[in-house]
Design a binder for this molecule. Structure first.
Ligand code: RB5
Length: 150
């Protein structure tokens, strides 16, 4: 499994924590930046990570900004991306089991490193349950198709 990582300046420190945690778990990752606390625009990093997943270069992604919100809104504009803002362990598990979230978005100004790494582990170790949940995701895909301009 390979994970795409991305952040803006508000999520930079948390991304570094997550990188270290993934290394300890021997999980491969690609770091799409940003690489410092200098101010940047989160949509650029959301797009890099989302495209890495859609192109098959990565299996899933973790995005960090100040709240996790802006970067999730941007990532969710890419068809096929299901990016969930997560701030608790229960939602971390359920966003995989029910929503098959292929990106989680974390707020570097909201949660601390301990909770963030627990969230990452819970999400990575959970499995999508399919069944009625797949039917609902299929309906989300129908919405994407209805509003995508070619
Ligand atoms: C950047 O200041 C901040 O707006 C950004 O990190 C994020 O929180 C946006 O949703």
């Amino acid at each position: 499994m390979r994970i795409a990582l991305g952040c803006d300046h508000g999520g930079f420190e948390l991304k570094e924590v997550i990188k270290k945690h993934l290394e300890e778990r021997n999980i491969e990752y690609m770091d799409y930046g940003t690489y410092s606390k200098e101010s940047v625009d989160y949509p650029e990093y959301a797009l890099k990570v989302a495209e890495s997943i859609i192109n098959g270069e990565s299996d899933c992604g973790i995005l960090c900004c100040g709240t996790g919100i802006g970067i999730s809104i941007a990532a969710n504009k890419v068809p096929g991306i299901r990016a969930a803002v997560v701030g608790d362990v229960f939602s971390a598990r359920l966003c995989k089991q029910h929503n098959n979230a292929n990106i989680i978005c974390l707020g570097g100004r909201v949660i601390g490193p301990g909770l963030a790494t627990m969230i990452v582990d819970e999400w990575l170790d959970a499995e999508f349950q399919g069944g009625r949940h797949q039917k609902r995701i299929d309906k989300v895909i129908e919405i994407e198709k209805k509003y995508s301009k070619k």
